[in-house]
Each structure stands twice: as C-alpha cells, then as structure tokens.
Design a protein around this ligand. Sequence first.
Ligand code: F0G
Length: 351
Amino acid sequence: RPGWPGIINAYRDRIPLPEGVEVVTLHEGGTPLVEARHLSELTGCRVLLKVEGANPTGSFKDRGMTTAMTLALANGSRAVICASTGNTSASAAAYAARAGLTCAVLVPTGKIALGKMAQAVAHGCRILQVDGNFDDCLELARKTSAEYPITLVNSVNPIRIEGQKTAAFEVCDVLGRAPDVHVLPVGNAGNITAYWKGYQEYAADGVIPALPRMFGIQAAGAAPLVRGEPVPAPETIATAIRIGSPASWGGAVAAREQSEGLFEAVSDEQILAAYKLLASREGVFVEPASAASVAGLLLTSADGRLSRGSLVVCTVTGHGLKDPDTALRGLPEVSVLPVDPGAVASALELG
Ligand code: F0G
C-alpha cells in the first residue's frame, strides 16, 4: 500500500510508546484482507483471510517487533534476545539489524523451518541452537535477560502485544465492524491475547458496536489450552506452534471466556489438507501453522459450532515460503522435455 507508514505511525495514539521516539520500522502491517470464495462456499459463511505473510519478514511478528525494537532503542538497550520457533527470530533479526542492535536468538535444534533459518542467517544475528524445545528456549531467554543487560523481545514483553493488537484495528477499519468470529492459530498465545486487546479497545471507544467470538486453534500434538494442562513433549508438523506451555495462557483463556469463543485442536492431516486447499483453491500460500486456523474453521463449520451466515476472519500468520520443505513433500516426479512445443502440448494433454 503506497504511503502506508507502518503500524506505529498508523496508530500512534493507540500505542503506548514515549513521545518523540525514533521509530524502527519496515512499514509492517496494512496487510490484505482477502475474500476466500471457496472457503465461503464450503462453510456457508463470508470468510476473509487476514494475510499476515504479506508483512516485511513474512509473518505477523513484525507488528510486535517494530514496537519492541523502537522501545529497546529508546531505552538505550544495546542487545536483544528472544526464544523462537523461527518467525520471531527472523523478525527480531531484521528489526535489530535496522536499529543497529545486537540480536541473539535461541531456537530448538532441528525444528526451525528452512526459510526462517535463512532469514536469521542473512540478517546476521547470533543463532544459538538449544538442545530442547521452544518452552526450554523461552525459559532460558527469560533467565538470561533477567540477569544480564539484554532486552527480551518475546511477547511476554508487553510492548509486543501493543504492536500486534493493530491487526484487529485493521480488520475493523476495513469492515467497518468486527467480524462475528475471528479464527487464529495459537502457540505461545501472544497473538490471540493481542487481537482480543485490540478488539476490546475499539469497542470501549465506540469504534465497533460489538465484539467478535475468538476461536483459538492448536495442533493436536501441541494443544495445552485445549487439554487444560501443559504438554511436556509437544509435536506437530506445524513447527511454528510446537509449544507445550504457552506464556500468555491467561490472556488466551480470558479471550476465549470473555468472547464466548472456543479452543480446538486439529490434526496434522487436517492442517495439511487446509494448507493445500488454501494454496490450490484460494491462491494463498501459507506455512502449516497458519493453515491450522483454516482447519479449525472447517472443523467448527462441519460440526455446527460456527453458524452459517457468519462473517468470519481467519488470520493466516506466516508465508508459505517460510517452510519450503513441507511444500515440496510428496513432489510428483517432473519429467524433462526437449525444446519442442509438441512435447509441451502432449505433456499438457492439449491433444
Ligand atoms: N503462526 C505462526 C506462523 C507463528 O510463527 C506463531 C508463533 C503462531 C502462529 C502462534 O502465535 O505464539 O502468538 O500464539 N510463533 C512464535 C515464534 C512462537 O517463535 O515465531 P502465538
């Protein structure tokens, strides 16, 4: 969007940053809200996709990282640290590079999608692989930042939530209201907390007349909120949400309860089916974790918990290019053709 100034400048009066700060931005936010015609037909609802893969580093994390890095810089921090399943680290690395801060990322060994690792390498952050899962990495990052002069930029840092809530503002600004239902994937639960905060602020100020119901979708092998207790060894193909002990547990539960929403779990098979459907029928290529929201949409529509006729927004949180390995799994054998139109025609069965 030409002229879009990034989320801090777009919503300056709603973001609690000190006056006159130097804003660290890559003009994140202002992402498309796309009509999903096939999903609308399947569910009998009007379904829109909030395409967060269109952010500068390819995920919604940029909304929270512009605020986190702006505040870190204003506070005189020299270095930042985060734990990550890949997107937070990619975003932190990019914004730290822009701010001139040193960035360290703690990631679970072997469980980061290829594109995300490529971003961390390209932006030149310190990548520390940990022999543990995301939950272990987060504990380590928290302890390190408590004891050493390094700022934590995970979503337990409240300024991250203040940035991420702007996605809810954008949805309302486009629709002129909140949707009836907002569906999103849940891992560490910062994002559902942030959306709910955004919707509540708009409702309190009379910008929207009513609040949406929040549907939080987790992967079946990493569904602590659905089960009601932490999962010690989370596992799912959706590595971004492979989290057993969400830091914003309370925020997610409040969003579900206050909005009369729900938590639901979807299997890896359901995630992959939604992933393929989004790419092949809607033209929207997302990473597996993002497809969890759409798998949850299909599940709750099929069993009647999502009423027909609802206005639904599904957040798809990250770009498909983040995880090329999943896209290329089961790649059909591609034959090599001679430079000959006849060969192309016969390969395409054009007769
Ligand atoms: N979708 C994607 C693509 C993510 O990267 C994440 C979280 C989520 C959904 C879940 O959001 O944690 O706010 O509930 N990724 C974090 C990371 C954990 O390190 O990149 P959440």
